[in-house]
Design a protein around this ligand. Structure first.
Ligand SMILES: [Zn+2]
Length: 425
């Protein structure tokens, strides 16, 4: 299959990835493009011109999402949307988000040049924000399109320097009525192609993954209060040691997660002791708990069992416990029909693939509750992402573009009237 991929797509993709990565390039070879900052603005405007060069009609919406449209001949109300996000984390890689936008541009433009206008409208989108790297929110782009967020949500949020989201948006020329409102009710389906950001595909020697679900996430902060005391004069049986209680809880949660064998993952990423001094028994300890799975029932059961263990352990040790659940994002099941079409196309093309669940959040989870949505992964070398070392081989990236072309052809050019047969090869 790799040998069959046209060299011209490879070259075009390579050049566009390097070109876009230059906007916000860091000293370490990474990319920093934060929502509405200067490099973000340059990238979105440069993408607009690039889309126009490639034959798209372009426009922004009022929050800065950029669209490149190839109008369909059937003038249907709803069109196909494909793309990903233009923002990055601080010193991130050049593929996360960017690849999904560029792959969509190349796939759509090539279909247009080869077959003319599609029957159904195809729009490429460069979403303004997904990562949550500048302001304490994420999915600002897809959230505004789907009605999850509204412009007034911007007033109460500020970045590290104290600048409000509203001021940053206005500074970039958005949110002042220059462009149409972001909310859309004319999207038939959303397609997103993305790097995996994990190692499942590479280890399994697969090139392509249609994603069935995006996991749900629950996050807790667990605060323990015992008694702070002298490390030398307090006998072991008279202690109310918050760090020891936390250690029992953490090791139990991680061990239990390891025994699940159903894809559930649990992480304690932050732990703070007080007073955090070598010769004092800690009176207080606080730790985070992050639990993810793609089924609510599994999340419910695991959370209940582990939190019950924590309460019991605290009671036995004479320690007060406070459990604060501050995030509860439900899992999202992506569209079954698109998934089946995707699997069939990969099988017919002889591409090594596997169905996957996404453990990371993506714009597709926002669209997934709004319209039929498909998310697809290509491999990430060593599973590294959100880092300048993020890398996917050009052959694999190009196969992704090829698969996206097949999907778009099926959806926009060769629908049911051809008995579902794909003419594009
Ligand atoms: Zn991403």
């Amino acid at each position: 299959m790799i040998d069959q991929v046209p060299t011209t797509i490879k070259n075009e993709l390579h050049d566009l990835i390097e070109w876009l990565a230059a906007f916000g390039k860091t000293g370490h070879g990474g990319v920093t493009r934060l929502l509405y900052d200067t490099d973000w603005q340059k990238a979105q405007h440069a993408l607009k011109y690039k889309m126009e060069e490639m034959g798209f009609n372009t426009r922004f919406d009022d929050v800065g999402n950029l669209f490149g449209c190839i109008r369909g001949t059937e003038n249907e109300e709803k069109g196909i949307l494909t793309g990903s996000h233009v923002d990055t984390v601080v010193d991130g890689g050049k593929y996360d988000g960017a690849y999904g936008i560029l792959a969509s541009m190349i796939a759509t433009a090539r279909l247009f040049h080869q077959y003319g206008a599609p029957r159904k409208t195809i729009e490429v989108v460069s979403l303004c924000e997904e990562e949550g790297s500048r302001f304490p929110l994420s999915f600002w782009g897809s959230g505004n399109i789907t009605g999850k967020y509204h412009a007034q949500d911007a007033t109460r949020l500020a970045d590290h320097s104290g600048m409000s989201l509203t001021d940053a948006m206005h500074g970039a020329g958005f949110g002042i009525g220059n462009y149409p409102d972001a909310f859309r009710n004319d999207i038939a389906c959303f397609l997103e192609i993305h790097i995996e950001q994990g190692r499942t595909l590479e280890l399994g020697k697969k090139t392509w993954a249609p994603v069935s679900h995006i996991v749900g996430q629950r996050r807790y902060t667990i605060s323990l209060t015992g008694e702070s005391n002298h490390a030398g004069t307090t006998p072991m049986n008279q202690r109310r040691d918050a760090v020891y209680a936390a250690a029992l809880m953490v090791s139990h949660v991680i061990k239990m997660a390891g025994e699940q064998q159903n894809g559930l993952v649990a992480t304690v990423g932050r732990i703070e002791a007080d007073p955090n001094v070598a010769n004092v028994i800690s009176g207080k300890c606080r730790f985070s708990l992050d639990i993810r799975h793609h089924e609510v029932s599994v999340l419910d059961r695991f959370s209940e069992e582990t939190l019950a263990f924590c309460k019991e352990t605290a009671d036995k040790a004479g320690i007060q416990i406070q459990i604060n659940k501050w995030m509860d994002v439900p899992p999202v099941k992506l569209d079954q029909k698109l998934m089946e079409m995707n699997l069939k196309l990969a099988e017919d093309a002889g591409i090594p693939f596997r169905k996957m669940v996404s453990g990371a959040g993506h714009d597709s989870q926002v669209f997934g509750t709004f319209c039929p949505t498909a998310l697809m992964f290509v491999p990430s070398h060593l599973g590294v992402s959100h880092s300048p070392a993020e890398y996917t081989g050009l052959d694999e990236l190009t196969i992704g573009v090829h698969m996206l072309m097949k999907m778009l052809y099926h959806l926009a050019y060769a629908p049911e009237k051809n008995n579902g047969k794909c003419e594009y090869e």
